[in-house]
Every structure is written in C-alpha cells, then in structure tokens.
Ligand binder design. Structure first.
Ligand code: R5P
Length: 325
C-alpha cells in the first residue's frame, strides 16, 4: 500500500455535500496542514446526483474524501441517508477513474452501521454491502466514528482494524472527548455512568480514563421495534442524590435514552446528562428527551445540531496522522 506524508502537496482533501462534511473537512485540513480542493455536486430535479471533480487536483494525488451520511433535513425522504451514500460511491469512482494514486475516505457518521449483521435470516447487511462496493472501487481504508457495535467482531473495531474483503474500517471513538468535555465544563460529582447497551463495553474503558466514576452500570436493552425499546436493569442500584451520565453512540428516535433517563430518575438520580456521538434527532427526539428528565445533551458535530459541542475533526485528524502519515 502506498503511504502518504503529512504536509505533502500530494495530498488533496475534498468534502462531499453530506451534512457537516464541509466543516469537518476544512478543520481536518487546517489541523494537518493539507490542501482543500473543491468538487461540484449537482442535484437534478428528480434528485439524481451528478458529481464533477477537478481532474488536475486528483491525477497522481493522494485523495482524502470526507463525506458524512446523515439525513440533511427533518423530512428524511427529501434528503435521505442513502442519497449521501450514492454521492459517496459516485465521487470515489470518479477519483479512481481520474487517476488518484490512493483514495481514503472519512465518513464521520456512517449510515447503515446499525445493520451490521442479519438480525433475522434473509436480511440485507449494510456494512457488508458498503465494504464490497468500496473494495470494487479500489478503496481500501475507511475512517468512521463510533459505529454501532464495538464488541462483536465485524467490519470495525474500536481502536483496531479489521481487514474485511480488502477494506480496512477504522472505528474512531469520541468517548474520551465527550468525557473530557463533561469533566471540564459541567459540574458532576463523581457521576454514575450508565451505558444502555452491553455491546459498548470498550467505551466504558475509554470513559474511565477521563472521569472517575462512582460506578459504571450497564442496562439490558431489548428493542421490540424501531420506536419501542424495553430495559431491564440495574439490579437494586440506588441512584438517590447521584449525578448520572448516560453514554450512547447515537440518538435516533430517542426511545433508548428516554427509557434510560426515566429509569435513572425513578431510581432517584438528581441530574441526568446524556453524552452521545451522533444526534440524528428523528421526529421530536430532542424535545422528548428533555421532557423525560434529561438536563443536558452533550454531542459531537458528526451531525451538526444544537447540542454539538465537541468537535470531531481533531479526533479524526489524530487518527489520520497515526495511520496515514
Ligand atoms: C443501538 O442500539 C444504539 O446503540 C442506540 O442506542 C440506538 O440506535 C438509538 O436509537 P433510538 O434513539 O431510536 O432509540
């Protein structure tokens, strides 16, 4: 594999039109002192996409392409995740066709990451399909943030890589940065950290390095449908007078964290903070969370929303530096 050098004129960064991509690409470019170039994405009236890249900025270069795949508007049918994914594939193909030496892709929010296995026989497996397409396009490295499952073997591992079908997925976690923000900016007295998904055990280790928690507890969650989640928990745990911080990878409908927060309040928690990487905020998820006992939501800007106080670019740049240069 060809290796690239930091600061070299041979590296060119591009951003897709996916929500938040431009800002993250600009910040990564500044931090790593790289060159940012522009491409043109056109949306036809029927919402078909065409991408045009500047050939002279691509030929013989190492390309770093940043494209996040969150829905762009409240009405996801007008700009669904899948549109950003198609744009990503079209652009990557154009880079390869126009002679880029290498192409690496950064997808701060990766749609499809939750369907990383066949939950029921016969289901499509989104991450597998994405990996197959990337491999066929000649893309070998994908950097993303807090993809759904950190524990089970799959395409992505926390802090490690797994080579699947020739595509390496680097799963970068924002857990430490979220924990640092809470420690530095919010008053929490040795909080009880609640993790509503047993699959996120490695996240607990990251958090432990920053916050000294009173205790870290896991909930047992059962999803009964897209918007229906049931919890079993926490033994006899008494949260009376405690500050509680709930960590998760994302808020979609908010069902998971509404349930977790209600439970924490029921057990006597004085304050409930929620720390998440991706805020999709489907429908009225944010309002529902704030109405269910959550005092504050702290999130990264992988999907820029009102609670995005932790910038993701420095965390991604740190990983790129270690791996690419
Ligand atoms: C899945 O298990 C994830 O860790 C999140 O908890 C989940 O995707 C959040 O979805 P929602 O906000 O719809 O409950």
């Amino acid at each position: 594999m060809v290796r690239t050098k930091a600061g070299s004129d041979d590296i060119v960064v591009f951003a897709g039109s996916g929500l938040g991509s431009k800002n993250i690409a600009e910040d990564i470019t500044k931090i790593l002192e790289l060159r940012l170039s522009k491409l043109h994405t056109h949306l036809f009236p029927d919402r078909e996409i065409r991408v045009r890249i500047p050939v002279k900025d691509v030929e013989g270069k190492h390309v770093l392409y940043v494209q996040s795949t969150a829905p762009k508007r409240e009405n996801i049918w007008k700009a669904p995740q899948s549109q950003s994914l198609v744009e990503l594939f079209l652009t990557l193909d154009a880079f390869k066709e126009k002679g880029a030496k290498t192409v690496d892709v950064v997808v701060p929010y990766l749609t499809g990451a939750r369907q990383h296995k066949e939950f029921k026989k016969g289901e499509s497996v989104s991450t597998r399909t994405i990996a197959k397409i990337l491999r066929n396009l000649g893309i070998f490295r994908l950097f993303t943030v807090d993809v759904h499952s950190h524990r089970r073997p799959g395409f992505f591992f926390l802090g490690r890589t797994r080579n699947f079908g020739g595509v390496k997925g680097y799963n970068i976690t924002a857990a430490k940065a979220l924990a640092s923000y809470i420690k530095d900016n919010l008053e929490t007295r040795s909080p009880v950290v609640v993790i509503p998904d047993k699959g996120h055990v490695p996240i607990a280790d990251e958090i432990r390095e920053i916050i000294v928690p009173d205790e870290i507890v896991f909930m047992k969650k059962k999803r009964l449908g897209g918007e229906n989640v049931r919890f079993k928990l926490l033994g006899e745990l008494d949260l009376k007078g405690k500050d509680v911080v709930i960590f998760d990878d994302m808020i979609s409908t908010g069902r998971t964290l509404v349930g977790a927060s209600r439970l924490a309040r029921k057990r006597g928690a004085t304050t409930v903070l929620v720390a998440v990487t991706h805020t999709l905020y489907v429908k009225r998820a944010r309002e529902q969370l704030l109405g269910s006992g959550v005092d504050r939501i702290v999130a990264t800007d992988t999907i820029p929303k009102e609670d995005s106080v932790v910038p993701i670019a420095p965390i991604i740049a740190e990983s790129l530096k270690k791996i690419l240069f």
